[in-house]
Design a protein around this ligand. Sequence first.
Ligand code: PXG
Length: 465
Amino acid sequence: MNTAVDTAQIQALDSAHFLHPFTDFKDLATRGARIITKADGIHVWDSDGNKILDAMSGLWCVNVGYGRKELADAAHRQMMTLPYYNSFFQTTNVPAVQLASKLASLAPKAGERSFQHVFYSSSGSESNDSNVRMVRRYWDLLGQPQRKVIISRLNSYHGSTMAGASLGGMSGMHAQGDLPIPNITHIGQPYFFENGLPGESTADFGLRAAGWLEEKILEIGADKVAAFIAEPIQGAGGVIIPPPGYWREIQRIVDKYGILLISDEVICAFGRLGTWFGYEKFGYKPDLVTFAKAITSGYIPLGGVLVGDRVAKVLIEQGGEFNHGYTYSGHPVACAVALANLAIMEQEQLPQRVRDDIGPYLAECFEEIARHPLVGAAETCGLMAGLVLVKNKERKEVFAENLAVGMICRGHCFRNGLIMRAVGDRMIIAPPLIMTRSQIDEMVALISRCLDLTYQEVKQNGWLA
Ligand code: PXG
């Protein structure tokens, strides 16, 4: 396929007509967008012909890698059979039913915390809006309408709609949207590097950080709290891996006060942590699970919520219409692609590969990366990893925010054929799950090289301490 494009022409049209997400429009217009023209396996190509190793799987999406014909074929077949029909008005379609039943079979069984039902949307944000609606409906039906408050965490990401951004703990998003909407509140994040006390063990910190949830519940009044929402590992917040014991304590607290637990797995589900769902990795039992992104490996938009038996039973048995849904809830083409995507994951045993082979291998490689003089801490979980850039390794002293060292590092990555994300001075990766060991070697060599280049630059600038 000819993918040659006139870079300057597309850039001019881009800045004339396309307002990008999370972008300073004025700034982008001065520099011109990078144009990605094609992709295959773990690589993407830009319009200047540069081949780039995509260590972010697009945006935490492309778990089975690019260029999978099976997914294109599934979309083509479904489009020629039934490209669209709605699932309102007591109507259904075959791929949506098959996918819901497949997801129910993949989720581990755990009594009242088992999952038999799915509510569909087209994105993670919409799914979390659905969660808010579902949680409120649940408590209303149980005769406890005063249970309205949903507790979330600072520096969490739950999407960009009004409810999604309110649930999220990103101060910049709150500031621009007059958010959060009422009845959403936040507690601190379990980020040991930033919030651990001198001499405190990670396990003690995990218990202390989970304790913030109990303090908040007591402050609000347990009878007013509807749910707690959290990502198993905060992704967009910088791959913040919770300390040991954190999730066990969170489970104890939500159980003690009878509040619903929402696991936002838009990033952590579908093999990313070496399990089908992220909550399996940490051993907790949510009532609702948000999914999107890798359910289709990003080939087509699809999101949704796995609705646990505790909630589904009330919604179904009490009856009455649930006044919520989307034109594309249960879109047949998206569901057909998701089925084909999950079939690839099963055939290639991607969750198991991550758990037993490439996940542990990446962890080994990151032990080496952790020794780099610019790296204050480096952690992995499955095929997700984060490291923090510091000006003094021994004292774990961080750079001033305005130096934007993370962005400097990200620039070196792009120029050297690697996509790695910067969240402040945390550099993060979540590569496709199909990576081989030698591709991991290639990626890790690029990461080391870019860390060296960043180190040289900050040293020359006199920023090290
Ligand atoms: N929940 C979580 C945990 C997410 O990571 C969403 C909800 C929202 O999904 P949609 O499909 O509405 O975007 C996400 C999305 C980043 C980045 O910079 C991460 C996301 C989206 C955009 C950027 O890491 N995650």
